[in-house]
Design a protein around this ligand. Sequence first.
Ligand SMILES: Cc1cc2nc3c(=O)[nH]c(=O)nc-3n(C[C@H](O)[C@H](O)[C@H](O)COP(=O)(O)OP(=O)(O)OC[C@H]3O[C@@H](n4cnc5c(N)ncnc54)[C@H](O)[C@@H]3O)c2cc1C
Length: 274
Amino acid sequence: MDLNTITEVRRPASADAVTKWENGFAWLAGGTWLFSEPQINTHTLIDLETLKWPSLKASKDGLEIAATCRVVELDQFVEKAPSDWTAAPLFRMCCRSFLASFKIWNEATVGGNICMSLPAGPMISLTTALEGVCTLWPRSGKPREVPMIEFVTGNHANVLAPGELLRSIHLPATALKKNFAFRRFTLTHLGRSEVLLIGTRCPEQGTFLLTITAATLRPVQLRFKSVPSSKEVKDAIDKAVPFDLYLDDTHGSPAHRRHLAYYFAEQIREELSA
Ligand SMILES: Cc1cc2nc3c(=O)[nH]c(=O)nc-3n(C[C@H](O)[C@H](O)[C@H](O)COP(=O)(O)OP(=O)(O)OC[C@H]3O[C@@H](n4cnc5c(N)ncnc54)[C@H](O)[C@@H]3O)c2cc1C
């Protein structure tokens, strides 16, 4: 849609060029959300595309994903990932977990999805499950690092200060080499995720990590030294997720989301026990 409140679009060559942040400024990534509804409080868009950050950098330490990396690029990276990154197929599963994925893939960015901080943000599910760490660039002050599990604080809420920029997300190689199990439920074909759970298991130490997203207002992560019993995993969910932390919207009720969280957690537990 046309945004008739916008009076200026800036295309800086460096993020440092934006020193003074004002109410009414917004970083523009893929624009798939920004241009999807009126932005009555926004008058200036600052385009991130002209910063020309390299999208993906793989090294022995892991994968550096620029905030401006397009979802489609991450989807295609699966074919180029090192063979011992056993969790790489998760990229594709998560990239294809948007509502009507194919419509927004080519424009939406990984960082835009994370900064939207919606419960059904599949890039949040992916980077949290794979123990990502974000690098944030405040408008003044030094860059800071925040673990992905702490980035999203609620429905459409996160730790970013006004004008603070998400620069990149680092996925450690140790997480990329884990075994994984993925479960997702949507009420309609290509619908918005009602529940998205990812489990990972370290092949060497046996540690088990369960990440619950979409069902809850913010991601919840449960860590175990080894694969837990059915009761242990259910008790841990109950302890970490009070009933009012389950999301209530047209895509699912809290009771149904909780039911599915138990159901999929048990399937993941069984799959990763093998
Ligand atoms: C048909 C359709 C289906 C959708 N389905 C889903 C879905 O299933 N799940 C979901 O979560 N969303 C969904 N969305 C919403 C949105 O399109 C996605 O969240 C998308 O990933 C946003 O990315 P973008 O790059 O287009 O962000 P933009 O629209 O450019 O920006 C989104 C917000 O993030 C801020 N921002 C962007 N990048 C940065 C950065 N690096 N640092 C700081 N702030 C930044 C922007 O200022 C803006 O407030 C959907 C939208 C449409 C139109």
